[in-house]
Design a protein around this ligand. Structure first.
Ligand code: 3PG
Length: 214
């Protein structure tokens, strides 16, 4: 079985999804698969998160389903029981990180500063979410902040779009990017899954195009 971190790296872009109604999870997953994007980070920003993770994981075994915006150990536990294969947090939370490490759950904590990165490194974590990427200074900031941390890879998230995705992916310290631009809440609520499939394919094409440069 391919390691989750490796799978995320191969896919190159993680759709960050907020689902209001768990019944949308399976059609959304199908749309992402149709756009050749077999991954979703379902955020704990709504009460539907756990059911959405369960629905998508059970119905679509080809999808790599993770949980995002995990703020508590309880949410991390719920995510694991529901079938999540990885956990993403907006900042560095020692309790959540500790629980994930003790329970073989891949965890990508959010970092923005060298101090945050040091905390994660002290726990042995070398794949970190750079959040909020654009508001923190974008590509230039990540280049400078990540520069000293040889061996640490980042998943920039926050303000990523089809316009700047390639610039992030070209950085050697970027493992993949995260973003909600192909899965916005309104498009999901409207049931416009054709648009989601199209936007997913566009993002996948950008990843492929950047990777073919090297
Ligand atoms: C997240 O939850 O990681 C971010 O809110 C995603 O950021 P975006 O909506 O700007 O892509």
């Amino acid at each position: 079985m391919i390691d989750v971190v490796e799978q995320i790296g191969r896919i190159g872009i993680i759709p960050v999804v907020t689902i209001e109604d768990a019944k949308d999870a399976v059609p959304l997953g199908r749309a992402l698969l149709a756009g050749n994007l077999p991954c979703a980070e379902i955020t704990f920003r709504t009460a539907a998160a756990t059911a959405a993770i369960r629905n998508m994981s059970e119905a679509l075994p080809d999808m790599l389903v993770g949980a995002g915006t995990v703020l508590t150990v309880e949410q991390a536990k719920q995510a694991q029981v529901a079938g999540a294969k990885f956990i993403v947090t907006p900042g560095f939370d020692a309790a959540v990180v500790g629980w994930c490490l003790a329970n073989d759950m891949p965890i990508t904590p959010g970092v923005m500063t060298p101090t945050d990165i040091n905390q994660a490194l002290a726990k042995g974590l070398t794949l970190l979410k750079f959040f909020p990427a654009e508001a923190a200074g974008g590509v230039k900031a990540l280049q400078v902040i990540g520069g000293p941390y040889v061996g640490v890879k980042f998943i920039p998230t926050g303000g990523i779009s089809a316009v700047n995705l390639a610039d992030y992916l070209r950085l050697p310290m970027v493992h993949a990017c995260g973003g909600s631009f192909m899965v916005n809440k309104k498009t999901i609520a409207d049931g416009d899954f054709a648009t989601i499939a199209q936007l997913a394919q566009t993002a996948v094409d950008i990843v492929k195009s950047v990777r073919s440069e090297s």
